[in-house]
Design a protein around this ligand. Structure first.
Ligand SMILES: Cc1cc2nc3c(=O)[nH]c(=O)nc-3n(C[C@H](O)[C@H](O)[C@H](O)COP(=O)(O)OP(=O)(O)OC[C@H]3O[C@@H](n4cnc5c(N)ncnc54)[C@H](O)[C@@H]3O)c2cc1C
Ligand code: SF4
Length: 329
């Protein structure tokens, strides 16, 4: 690991004012320190925000249907919140199914949504070609091993999968991100936080230098009928091959409202709007769920090893919809 400066932030405002292009915030450190040890990230300075006690960053607050979750809340704390689990299980299930107990105790939700791809060419500096790590160098995954790579939102420059689980629930539920920036507080839709790779895969988010995520707001977190289904190589401690975050409101068999996020298949947290349009006001059945799944994956781009994700992704979504509705698939 290379030498770096370390400072512990005394307040959110101090953290933001001392941040610059060469610094990184340290929350739980489970992505950051990993990538520094691998020599993929080389920050000059770490600004440790893990001890910040600012209530708006550390609390889970309800206001009617709305939920405000501080960015310093641990994955474990939200996963274990019984009230949230009852009113909106997709928000807690997606965390229970992520990482390990140790990681969930350490990792904060702000860091969680900013975790990096698990593309092995990105994480291994012995590979020269990686446009995300070394802009303009090429992409080793295009002709290499791409079994875990994305089929939606890809570009000729990068096909890295966004690996997180919780983000799929956030994008499905129209979450808003509260940020403290150099010019003061601001809010952006979660759907605009991550950037598709295009020709600049090295630019992962729309955050400006020094932007500190303070909280996530879910304007309507009243989705008792919601679920996160994650398919992976082993049933514990593995990233999603495919996943679906589904929230449904039903009027009899008819779908009166539906939200869908897809994981493991796209370069960014993925909202399946075409699938939602198929289902809205339709009678839910295995047939309509299948039609929605076809719409969700209509734009998929596959390579040698990841074509299986189209069929697996469709089956994941169909099963998630049927399970959430309490119907047999
Ligand atoms: C072995 C392993 C298995 C895993 N499995 C899964 C899994 O199955 N599913 C899953 O979803 N995740 C998984 N993860 C990822 C894990 O969830 C993330 O590493 C963790 O959530 C990151 O949170 P952190 O607090 O440790 O972030 P850090 O490592 O501290 O930070 C991550 C990034 O976010 C930035 N950052 C942190 N907080 C803020 C903030 N408030 N504002 C602005 N920037 C900020 C940091 O500067 C850094 O760039 C796994 C990780 C490991 C190591
Ligand atoms: S898929 Fe993206 S992260 Fe992986 S090698 Fe290609 S450019 Fe790098």
């Amino acid at each position: 690991m290379r030498p770096f400066q370390y400072e512990r932030a005394a307040s959110p405002a101090r953290a933001v004012s001392s941040a610059d292009a060469g610094s990184k915030y340290h929350a739980g450190g489970t992505t950051l320190i990993d990538l520094m040890k691998l020599d993929v990230w080389r920050p000059e300075r770490l600004i440790d925000i893990s001890a910040l006690k600012e209530p708006r960053m550390t609390r889970i607050e309800r206001n009617g249907k709305a939920l405000r979750i501080g960015s310093m809340v641990t994955m474990a704390a939200l996963a274990g919140d019984e009230g949230v689990r009852r009113s909106c299980p997709v928000l807690t299930d997606s965390l229970w199914l992520a990482a390990s107990a140790q990681l969930r105790n350490m990792a904060r939700l702000g860091g969680n949504v900013l975790q990096m791809t698990r593309c092995s060419y990105y994480r291994d500096t012995s590979y020269d070609q990686c446009n995300k790590r070394a802009p303009g160098s090429g992409c080793a995954a295009l002709d290499g091993s791409n079994r875990h790579h994305a089929i939606l939102g890809t570009s000729d420059a990068c096909i890295a999968t966004y690996p997180g689980d919780w983000a799929q629930a956030l994008i499905a539920l129209d979450a808003v991100v509260e940020i403290l920036g150099k010019d003061g507080p601001k809010s952006v839709p979660f759907a605009t936080l991550h950037r598709q790779p295009g020709n600049r895969p090295d630019v992962e988010t729309t955050l400006a230098a020094g932007d500190l995520i303070t909280a996530f707001v879910i304007p309507d977190a009243d989705w008792a009928r919601s679920k996160y289904l994650k398919i992976r190589d082993r049933e514990s401690y593995a990233f999603a091959l495919t996943s679906a975050a589904v929230a449904l409101r039903m009027d009899g068999d008819a779908v009166s409202d539906v939200r869908i996020g897809l994981g493991g298949v796209a370069t960014v947290p993925w909202r399946a709007t075409a699938a939602e349009a198929v289902l809205k006001n339709a009678a839910l059945s295995e047939d309509t769920a299948q039609q929605a799944a076809e719409a969700a994956f209509a734009g998929a781009n596959t390579l040698e090893h990841n074509a299986y994700k189209v069929e697996l992704g469709k089956r994941t979504l169909v099963r998630a919809l049927m399970d959430t509705a309490g119907m047999e698939a």
